[in-house]
Design a binder for this molecule. Structure first.
Ligand code: NAD
Length: 296
């Protein structure tokens, strides 16, 4: 059997189209333009690429993009002052502080200084708590994108056995909460999990978010399972640089029912969901109905 490839690139394009449609309506019917502020501290090359891409896609969706690029030695006090200013700016509906921050800055403190209603990354402790208790929250973008693809593929996820490999606050834990919210039976596996192959073999849904190139071979995958590969790993093969996921794509496609490729799977969904979260935040801030299909 060869798995169906879940085309994240195409799916992300449909999400961005929906977002752009809502943005156009917000402008036309209410005179509101959603605004997303991105704060970048320092010159980490990967972060610079992400921030550029976020700004570009924000503008393409018809929203306002506000960028604050700060020196690597910016003090915590100055960074918190900028977040405070954005919290109080009614034209800003979403705030994202690009992580990682330079070592002298306390990430938890900075993230928790963002107004939870504008926390479009969904990392604020209030949003984590709201998600964990099944209440309306801002949901982290990468797991939200995974959930959207799973819902699109399966319709209902109710009663399915799901294994999330990885327990990070950014991907693994919120992913598990979302799957639980959709009534899956969820196992969170991590670096200390015993008999990982057996744990994975039980799963109808496997979400791999580890950061280890091709660590999940095809023979761990239950026949017909859906595999969502979050990992983005740069490797050198045959003298060329290559991006691969946490799943060995070649062998996994022989067993899975459906699988996301790397690149072109989960990756493009992350920024699309950031845009979706910004529109959602804007609608909530203005007491308007939330866009359908763009939230958890
Ligand atoms: P992380 O390093 O914070 O967490 C990795 C997790 O994997 C940890 O919980 C750890 O317990 C677990 N782990 C490590 N070794 C393991 C092993 N041998 N067996 C089982 N579990 C193991 O990473 P993260 O931020 O969650 O990111 C994970 C991957 O997803 C990375 O490759 C990252 O680049 C990628 N990522 C992609 C996107 C996207 O937009 N597609 C977004 C975020 C992260």
């Amino acid at each position: 059997m060869s798995a169906q490839i879940i085309d994240g690139k195409a799916f992300a394009a449909t999400v961005r189209e929906k977002v752009a449609g809502h943005v156009a309506r917000l402008k036309e019917e209410h005179g509101i333009t959603p605004g997303l502020a991105v704060v970048l501290v320092g010159e980490d090359p990967a972060s610079q690429v992400y921030v550029r891409s976020k700004g570009k896609q924000t503008v393409e969706a018809g929203m306002n993009s506000i960028e604050h690029k700060l020196d690597a030695d910016t003090s915590e006090e100055d960074l918190l002052a900028i977040v405070d200013q954005l919290n109080n700016d009614p034209a800003v509906h979403g705030i994202l502080v690009q992580l990682p921050l330079p070592g002298h800055l306390n990430e938890d403190l900075v993230i928790n200084s963002i107004d939870p209603a504008k926390d479009v990354d969904g990392f604020h402790i209030s949003n984590v708590g709201l998600l964990g208790t099944g209440q309306k929250s801002m949901v982290p973008c990468t797991p939200l994108g995974c959930l959207m693809m799973l819902r699109d593929h399966h319709g209902s996820l109710s009663g399915m056995d799901a294994v999330v490999i990885g327990r990070s606050n950014i991907v693994g834990k919120p992913m598990a909460q979302l799957l639980l919210g959709d009534s899956c039976t969820v196992t969170i596996a991590h670096s200390r999990t015993k008999d990982l192959p057996d744990v994975v073999r039980r799963a109808d849904i496997v979400v791999a978010a580890v950061g280890r190139p091709e660590m999940v071979p095809g023979d761990w995958i239950k026949e017909g399972a859906t595999v969502i590969d979050v990992g983005i790993n740069r490797i050198e093969r045959d003298g060329k640089n290559k991006l691969v996921g946490d799943v060995d794509f070649a062998s996994a496609t022989e067993r899975a029912g459906a699988i996301t490729p790397v690149p072109g799977g989960v990756g493009p969904m992350t920024i699309a969901c950031l845009l979706a979260n910004t529109v959602t935040a804007c609608c909530r801030a203005n007491g308007l109905a939330e866009p359908e299909g763009l939230t958890a």
